[in-house]
Design a protein around this ligand. Structure first.
Ligand code: HEC
Length: 122
């Protein structure tokens, strides 16, 4: 009666051993927690022009890592301030405001407490 599970284990082992996966770069490796792919892409395109690390164009802080959003700022956190800044179109500064889909994506992530993801961005 133990035979079927043992055979499955053997087959799975052979399949894994024969799978010649390329070595991914560590930051794109599925399983390494990072800012969710779509949010990260939006931040890069619309915010990190200024909120890079170090920041440019007099931006007051970077928006690069999860910890950047969790820092205290102006009596709350950067994440909480970012909700208001994006909703009011104050940010991105002197640029086309985010469209409603972009606002939904970014504010949803900010309101959820800036959770990390382990999904593969490729
Ligand atoms: C062109 C450069 C630039 C871009 C692009 C930009 N910011 Fe800013 N950001 C600034 C500057 C400069 C300030 C300080 C403004 C001030 O205090 O008057 C600021 C301030 C902020 C603040 C603090 C607001 C407050 O409550 O005082 C937040 C939050 C913020 N930015 C988030 C974002 C987000 C999110 C994006 C992308 C959607 C973004 N910024 C894009 C330059 C930029």
């Amino acid at each position: 009666m133990q035979l079927v599970p043992l055979i499955s284990l053997f087959v799975a082992g052979v399949a894994a051993a024969s799978c010649g996966a390329p070595t991914p770069s560590p930051e794109m490796d599925a399983g390494v927690p990072h800012i969710p792919c779509e949010v990260d892409a939006l931040l890069t395109a619309r915010c990190r022009v200024c909120h890079s690390n170090p920041p440019t164009q007099y931006a007051p802080f970077p928006l690069v890592t999860q910890a950047d959003f969790q820092r205290p700022f102006g009596g709350s956190t950067v994440a909480e301030r970012a909700v208001g800044a994006v909703e009011s179109d104050f940010m991105p500064l002197n640029a086309t405001p985010l469209n409603s889909a972009e606002k939904t994506l970014l504010i949803g992530w900010l309101d959820a407490g800036v959770p990390l993801s382990t999904a593969n961005c490729n």
